[in-house]
Design a protein around this ligand. Structure first.
Ligand code: IMP
Ligand code: MG
Length: 196
């Protein structure tokens, strides 16, 4: 399939990408496998509690939970770790906390990407305070070379190079999240004044 075409319709914003790292089809196929891996990991559990770190994990979580073959509860956490540019703030802030009771629950936290690892470390720390039975972390993308803290995801979709990517939930200034594939923006689009 042409990486720029989608079964979901046409996405003119794909033309803003300089290159595509992961196609829609690759994402779909990988998510099916991840869903099976996750299901097999929790064969002894009655239920799984999936926590999506929004906004980035919105699309990935929505597709992934439909491939997890067991009862699932879903909640969201909002964490700010990026400004409107490509530089992370060092200490991520939890802006919106969960509503669910996690005591004794098997928790799977889902994020779009693990970069420096600060966001994951901070979220895991908060979740552990709520006395869950287990905590695991799943990400669609991992930039392995960028890790600044000791944290390793339990489930990874794809390893990607150290470049700022958008699409399939990942944004640049809240744009491009709806793209069905993942790629790098053209350099001239990485800081247009209209986005500030
Ligand atoms: P970390 O705390 O450095 O691991 O960064 C995690 C968060 O930074 C993710 O949840 C994303 O929101 C954001 N992020 C990291 N790399 C990218 C990228 O290449 N594109 C878009 N967002 C990114
Ligand atoms: Mg994010």
């Amino acid at each position: 399939m042409d990486p720029a075409s989608s079964t979901l319709g046409s996405f003119p914003m794909i033309e803003d990408l300089e290159s595509i790292f992961v196609t829609e089809q690759e994402i779909r196929e990988r998510i099916e496998i991840l869903g099976r891996e996750i299901t097999n990991t929790y064969t002894d559990a009655d239920e799984l509690t999936v926590i999506a770190i929004i906004n980035g994990a919105l699309l990935f979580t929505a597709d992934l939970v439909r491939h997890i073959d067991m009862p699932v509860r879903i909640d969201c956490m909002r964490v700010s770790s990026y400004r409107n540019d490509v530089n992370p703030v060092q200490e991520p802030e939890i802006i919106d906390m969960l509503r669910l009771d996690l005591e004794g629950a098997h928790v799977l936290i889902i994020d779009d990407i693990m970069d420096t690892g600060h966001t994951s470390r901070r979220v895991i720390e908060e979740i552990k305070k709520l006395k869950p039975a287990s905590v695991r972390f799943g990400v669609l993308l991992e930039k392995e070379g960028r890790r600044e803290v000791k944290v390793k995801p339990d489930f990874v979709g794809f390893q990607i190079p150290d470049e700022f990517v958008v699409g399939y939930g990942l944004d640049f200034a809240e744009r491009y999240r709806q793209l069905p594939c993942i790629g790098v923006l053209k350099p001239e689009l990485q800081n247009p004044p209209t986005f500030v």
